[in-house]
Structure formats: structure tokens, C-alpha cells
Design a protein around this ligand. Sequence first.
Ligand SMILES: [Zn+2]
Length: 128
Amino acid sequence: MIEEHEELPRPPLGAAMWRGLRGLCPSCGEAGLFARYLRQVESCPACGEDLGHIRSDDAAPWLTILVVGHIVVPLMFSVERFSTWPDWVSMVVWPLVALALVLVVLPRAKGLLLSIIWATKAPGSERD
Ligand SMILES: [Zn+2]
């Protein structure tokens, strides 16, 4: 563990984004970025970097909708074109597929955006 006041060199933006996408601390990549599903840790347990003050607000849901929509809608049109299943199956399957993808993509989108905000020192902090 590194001392709290020791300043680590910031990684390049791409490395920080890759770490955030995997739910890891954008600074060191050794500890998790989230304490729970979408609640980020106050500070990294490995390097001590303060992360709890960064806010991505509505950007993570926006990115999630963008990604999931671009996966589910073409998939739905492709499958529905040739399927012979009843309408009620479609009305059950596609919302469940979309929900499952949202649950997978949302924390990754938030991790990615938090890491971009952290790496670029962009506004998005409650301290600014
Ligand atoms: Zn760290």
C-alpha cells in the first residue's frame, strides 16, 4: 500500500479508460472502483486515490441506452424477420434481453465515464 499523500503519476487516458471499463481504479488498476453495484468507493483501498467525489450523473445511463439500443434493436429486427414464435414471446424475450444487457453495460459505462472524468480532471466533481 502506498502512503496517502504520495502522488502517483497519472496513467495515460486509454489505460485509465480500460481500467474504468473493467471496474477498476483508474489510477492504479489494482482495486475495485465500486463498493456495490453502482456505488463507487470513496478512495481506492490500494493506492488511496480519492474517487468518491467524482460524479458522472446521467452520462452512464445515456451511454448504456445508446449501446444497448444499438445491440437489441438490430438483433430484434434480424430475429423477428425469420421467427415464427407468437407475439407474446417477443414481448417477453426482448425486454428481458434489454434488461440483462442494461445490467451488464451500466456499471461498465459508469466506470468508463468516471475514469475519463478522473483522468482528464474534468468538471464532474462535487469539490469544484
Ligand atoms: Zn487505486
